[in-house]
Design a protein around this ligand. Structure first.
Ligand SMILES: Cc1ncc(COP(=O)(O)O)c(C=O)c1O
Length: 405
């Protein structure tokens, strides 16, 4: 009933945006990567379940939600090619990673390894876990542009791990943000395991963006958001825990099922809104109904490449130096023309927020290694004309800033 009228050949882009999303009239949304977008159909699913919950809360919390959670988890497990017993819903990727790092019983002298491209909140998590533990350290591998090749990154990890046998937990971003690099997680996991380190993959940006086959990846932990590239309401992510770690893994919140299975413990995290989790099953169905994940990924990736190339030409700048196949398919960077004022702070927040206030165009810009990049991250509701609008508006905006100097 939620998906009536959708078909597998539906044209993505402008009409799709008007029909299937509920953006503010006149707003141009070109920053899907940051917060995703909830499709109109998924908003309806969310409302339907919220209404049911609020109509009879006792029935919902004592019976219905168990069934819905289980069905949704089953759909997520099929999507990730894993056993439903090995995954749980968490509110977001940050929670998933926090739960793993804060559950693990590190021994004195051990280290957590991340990289200079690790997402800021997660880098702080590594730092704080180490600080609270007192006897372990958080270490960082420097990865920066130019990135020569996948092999070069693999070599860098291997050399580090060989020289630092105390590395116990390696946090690897599947797709880095803001630098938008696709890392070879399967190959990296193999190297980490060779040196006795556990692998926590931060796949915040991966589900719905690149294929994720958990059986094939062979990692210890994986977390991925559904609220970025799978159009669910915010607060829907999955945490995978390899079976060998179930006995020590704990949610951040201790509740009634503290002695239960992994699934029971994470399900029962106090009274809360499970509706975003329930929506995961429907979001996957929505994706199927509009032609499947392959079609969705192909549209977004082609538009990302076209937009990046168009903007680089218009700005007379370049993309960062990295192999094409290490660029995230749907997220790509293009350097901005020279801005003659120092931007106030990472990640040039005032710059893109003022641009949005002036133009009604939401985008995202980042400072990396002394350069300022715009990140394109299109989804199926975007289309090239929006990027043409962005390009000209950005040139005018930078010219105004420079002229005011
Ligand atoms: C690599 C990475 N990790 C973690 C996160 C955090 O995601 P969330 O806020 O949904 O926890 C993000 C968000 O963009 C991210 O890009």
């Amino acid at each position: 009933m939620f998906f009536d009228g959708l078909d597998a050949d539906v044209e993505f882009g402008k009409t799709f945006q008007e029909r299937e999303f509920t953006f503010k009239q006149g707003a141009v949304l070109l920053n899907h990567g940051s917060f995703g977008a909830v499709s109109r159909r998924l908003q309806e699913v969310q409302r339907w379940y919220l209404t049911e919950m609020n109509a009879q809360p006792d029935l919902w919390f004592r019976e219905n939600v168990y069934k819905y959670w289980g069905e949704s988890l089953g759909a997520a497990a099929r999507f990730f090619n894993c056993d439903p017993k090995d995954i749980v819903f968490v509110t977001n990727a940050t929670e998933g990673i926090n739960a793993v790092l804060k559950s693990y019983d590190f021994k004195e002298g051990e280290t957590i390894l991340s990289t200079s491209l690790t997402y800021g909140a997660i880098a702080l998590t590594c730092r704080d876990v180490a600080a609270q533990n007192r006897v372990i350290k958080s270490e960082v591998i420097e990865i920066g542009f130019p990135i020569e090749s996948e092999e070069a990154v693999l070599r860098q990890y291997e050399e580090y791990l060989k020289a630092h046998p105390n590395t116990r937990m390696v946090v690897i971003d599947h797709i880095t943000s803001p630098s938008a690099v696709l890392l070879p997680v399967k190959k990296l996991a193999k190297i980490c395991h060779k040196y006795g380190a556990l692998v926590m993959v931060d796949g915040a940006h991966a589900p719905g963006h690149v294929p994720v086959d958990l059986e094939d990846l062979c990692v210890d932990f994986y977390t991925g958001n559904f609220h970025k590239w799978i159009f669910t309401p915010r607060g829907c992510a999955v945490l995978y825990v390899n079976r060998k770690h179930h006995d020590w893994m704990k949610p951040l919140v201790t509740s009634h099922c503290a002695d239960g299975s992994l699934g029971e413990q994470f399900f029962q995290a106090g009274s809360r809104d499970h509706v975003p989790f329930v929506c995961a099953k429907y979001a996957l169905e929505f994706c199927e109904r509009i032609g499947g994940m392959g079609r969705i990924m192909a549209y977004s990736a082609e538009l990302a490449t076209e937009a990046q190339e168009y903007l680089a030409k218009l700005f007379q700048t370049d993309r960062p130096a990295l192999p094409r196949d290490m660029e995230a398919p749907n997220m790509k960077l293009v350097e901005l023309p020279e801005i003659k004022v120092p931007l106030s702070k990472e990640p040039s927040f005032d710059f893109f927020m003022n641009f949005w206030r002036k133009t009604n165009i939401q985008t995202n810009t980042f400072q990396l290694q002394g350069r300022v990049y715009l990140r394109v991250s299109p989804s199926i509701y975007n289309y090239m004309e929006e990027y043409r609008q962005l390009g000209q508006a950005m040139l005018d905006y930078i010219q105004d800033i420079n002229n005011a100097q």
